[in-house]
Design a binder for this molecule. Structure first.
Ligand code: MG
Length: 421
């Protein structure tokens, strides 16, 4: 929103009522001496969808008609009542003081789980909406407010989605071809398999020789079908024990992976460091790690080669920038995890545009092409494996509600008025 639209949308109706002489007074009241709008938050509303699991969309409303939008994912369960509880700390506040809002909500939740999980994920959605709002209020793309862009487009890799990579399987081959035809230069596959017949125990996650052979065969099959220069990442989903993690990382060394993701769970950083120290395969983790404090020890102990914070969970866009800058001091690149709609993907892209140590960003909606292409009014945001950075203010994408509502969780309100919690 620029000054003209501000006048049109927010002030002209008032001026019309009060007569022209009141216009200058109204402008004065609603802007700073530098014509920056003085905004107040008037409401925070949510909508719930199910695409890649359950996801929450947030809108922050202001007294001058500018609305910011954000999205939380993965740890979004329970986010709606948590966001409702944040509303009382946001109402009447200036939405442009994003750090202040973040700190107020974070520190007020010290005894309520504000160290990670659903609390921080809910805070993340709100924080993203505030950035969208700030960009719109100031007439700048969000990356401009995060330090400006160091690149013109953001490289994206395709997660292979629900299609498992089974050696020789025609469906798997078709998925590999599809990803290349779409112009991607990197992809990710999953090799953990709870239903592998070679599993000897339904609970323990020590992989048998049979399971490890299957994992290696999946990677070999996929690697063979992609061109030599194509980058391949492999995910083990934080399931296996340290012995298995080390064995698999070793066996995958010849395939020159972009990374091996979470060969062991992320919460024992020493175990992750042991795996990393045992192999030349690059190790990546961080999709379930929150805020700077979560990443500090991972970096200090040199437990990973690459971090992958999820920017719709980890604390928000400025927090993502801070995590990335911390990683940069260890010469560790950032490859954000992302399973979101185009709104969350674009929010991530604004950070990726601004950080020097960005590697590649995930895309995970290959199984929902119609929803993906029509979720925002701007249409397809990925062009041949890259997100070109928008010039529009804020995040630069607006939800197409008619499409997004197709994924609405039945029985939930669609940005309905907030019941204060
Ligand atoms: Mg993963």
């Amino acid at each position: 929103m620029n000054r003209r639209t501000l006048l049109k949308g927010g002030l002209l109706p008032i001026a019309g009522l009060a007569g022209l002489p009141s216009l200058s007074a109204a402008v004065e009241q609603a802007t700073t001496p530098y014509n920056r709008p003085k905004l107040k938050i008037t409401d925070v509303r949510t909508a719930e969808v199910r695409v890649h699991g359950y996801q929450v969309h947030v809108r922050v409303y202001t007294d001058q008609g500018i609305v910011g939008q954000g999205e939380s994912t993965d740890a979004a369960t329970g986010n709606v009542p948590i966001i409702r509880s944040f509303a009382r700390m946001l109402m009447g506040q200036d939405p442009l003081n994003i750090e202040a809002a973040f700190e107020r909500i974070r520190t007020s939740g010290v005894f309520a789980g504000a160290q990670g999980g659903q609390y921080v994920t809910a805070l993340t959605a709100v924080e993203i909406a505030l950035w969208d709002l700030a960009g719109k209020a100031l007439g700048l793309p969000v990356y401009q407010l995060l330090g400006g862009k160091v690149r013109e487009r953001v490289r994206v890799y395709a997660d292979s989605g629900a299609r498992e990579m089974i050696p020789g399987n025609e469906g798997s081959k078709a998925r590999i071809k599809q990803i290349q035809d779409m112009g991607f230069t990197a992809a990710k596959i999953d090799i953990d398999d709870a239903a592998d017949p070679a599993r000897k125990d339904r609970v323990n996650w020590t992989a048998s020789n049979g399971e490890i052979n299957h994992m290696v065969a999946k990677v070999a099959f996929t690697r063979e079908l992609y061109p030599k220069d194509f980058d391949l990442a492999v995910d083990m989903h934080a399931r296996y024990d340290a012995t298995t993690g080390k064995r698999v990382a070793k066996e995958l060394e010849p395939f020159k992976l972009m990374w091996l993701e979470e060969p062991v769970p992320a919460e024992n950083i020493d175990a992750m460091r042991d795996v990393r120290a045992s192999t030349s395969t690059p190790i990546c983790c961080g999709e379930n790690v929150y805020m700077r404090w979560g990443f500090r020890e991972l970096l200090e102990k040199r437990a990973v080669d690459i971090i992958m914070p999820d920017f719709q969970k980890c604390g928000g866009l400025l927090e993502a920038r801070k995590i990335a800058d911390m990683a940069h001091t260890y010469y560790v690149p950032v490859a954000p995890h992302a399973v979101t709609s185009p709104i969350g993907m674009m929010a991530s892209a604004h950070v990726c545009a601004a950080i020097p140590n960005f590697l590649v960003q995930e895309w995970h909606w290959i199984d929902s092409p119609e929803l993906w292409r029509n979720w925002v009014k701007e249409g397809e945001i990925i062009q041949k494996g890259y997100i070109p950075l928008p010039e529009r203010s804020g995040l630069g994408v607006e939800m197409n509600d008619d499409t997004a509502r197709k994924a609405q969780v039945p029985g939930t309100p669609w940005f309905g008025p907030t019941r204060r919690g």
